[in-house]
Ligand binder design. Structure first.
Ligand code: ATP
Ligand code: MG
Length: 330
């Protein structure tokens, strides 16, 4: 039996961080042998925000690829490719743009939040407004069944599901309606303790950060603001560092929660255990990264092979789409 497919990915707007890990990467690594896994480096989607500085993409594509290999995505099992190198995705985007109302995009909660975060206001472009449509093309060009992403992407994947249903209704069963899969922690908060950890907001701990940077970032991360003295009772439910402990040091949680509420453990000691846990998680990632950094040709080979396979699969889907829509003229 042929395997079901996964499609997921990231914008190469910077290196990947712990939020990506818990939101999506962890599930990709876990499922890569069970599913035929496609991982997209969404450079065109990154341009919706960074079109004035396209020069940042080249190095970030390499960094994101190193992060993938670092966390343990196996290039023998996964098809890792670059969005702009697969023109079938652009073709599908044009077709899908007919099946979605401009108003529903304007009211999409993710588009609204991100437009505000990036301060787009009146300058919000047609391309940014339409990125959920282009993402529908990313997901369906390989007829993916499953999309492992962070919680912020749920309303965007919903647009794909609607487009696919509409397409199948109008032109006959052709495409697959994908399911969303959100990671253990759907939304990891940034070190500032307010917004989502995000490349653009610069409140991140990167998977490529060396141990001393991880230590520095975590030692200055926001904790329970009401706690001034070590002996003050803590409130784990409002503490950002406690949410990191839950994500990266789960075995310590019952003991930590009790000691924190009783004012028996201070924030400095608590952070020390967290720093150790995060660095333990990242050590093998750093090691694999170092290997690939020392073998840059391997990265080019992996991406070239990924693009080749993605284009073959995309051509099959385009041919099905053309036939369904009766635009296969010759
Ligand atoms: P940008 O600021 O450019 O949007 P980003 O940090 O939000 O960057 P994306 O490339 O947009 O990263 O997201 C890639 C994937 O990682 C998506 O599935 C997204 O849901 C997930 N993700 C990103 N940030 C987090 C987070 N803080 N917690 C959980 N998942 C996240
Ligand atoms: Mg994002």
């Amino acid at each position: 039996m042929t395997k079901k497919r996964i499609l997921t990915g990231d914008r190469p707007s910077g290196p990947l961080h712990l939020g990506h890990y818990v939101g999506s990467l962890k599930n990709r690594v876990k499922l890569q042998y069970e599913y035929d896994t496609f991982v997209i480096i969404a450079d065109v989607q990154a341009l919706t925000i960074h079109f004035e500085h396209p020069g940042i993409l080249k190095e970030n594509v390499r960094q994101v690829c190193l992060d993938y290999l670092g966390v343990g995505l196996d290039p023998k099992a996964c098809t890792i490719f670059i969005q702009s190198a697969v023109p079938e995705i652009a073709e599908l985007t044009v077709i899908y743009s007919l099946l979605v109302s401009a108003n529903s995009l304007r009211h999409n909660p993710t588009i609204k939040t991100e437009a505000q975060e990036y301060g787009l206001g009146e300058s919000l472009s047609y391309g940014f407004l339409g990125y959920p449509v282009s993402q529908a093309a990313d997901i369906t060009f390989c007829k993916a069944h499953l999309v492992p992403v962070g919680a912020d992407q749920a309303p965007v994947v919903e647009v794909t599901r609607k487009i696919v249903r509409r397409f199948n209704e109008l032109y006959g069963e052709t495409l697959v309606v994908p399911e969303i899969m959100i990671g253990d922690v759907g939304r990891l908060v940034g070190t500032d303790g307010s917004a989502k950890m995000s490349k653009t907001l610069k409140n991140c701990i990167y998977l490529s950060d060396p141990p001393e940077v991880v230590a520095k970032q975590l030692s200055t991360a926001m904790t329970d603001p009401a706690r001034i003295h070590v002996t003050d009772p803590g409130h784990p439910e409002v503490c950002n560092v406690f949410s990191y402990q839950k994500a990266f040091n789960p075995d310590f949680i019952p003991e930590l929660e009790e000691s924190c509420r009783a004012g028996r453990i201070g924030c400095v000691a608590c952070k020390k255990t967290l720093i150790q846990a995060v660095n333990e998680l990242l050590e093998p990632v750093r090691e694999r990264r170092r290997y690939y950094e020392a073998h840059p040709d391997l990265i080019s080979d992996i991406l070239t092979a990924g693009i080749k396979r993605a284009r073959e699969v995309g051509a099959e889907t385009m041919s099905d789409v053309r036939r369904a829509m009766k635009i296969d003229y010759f």
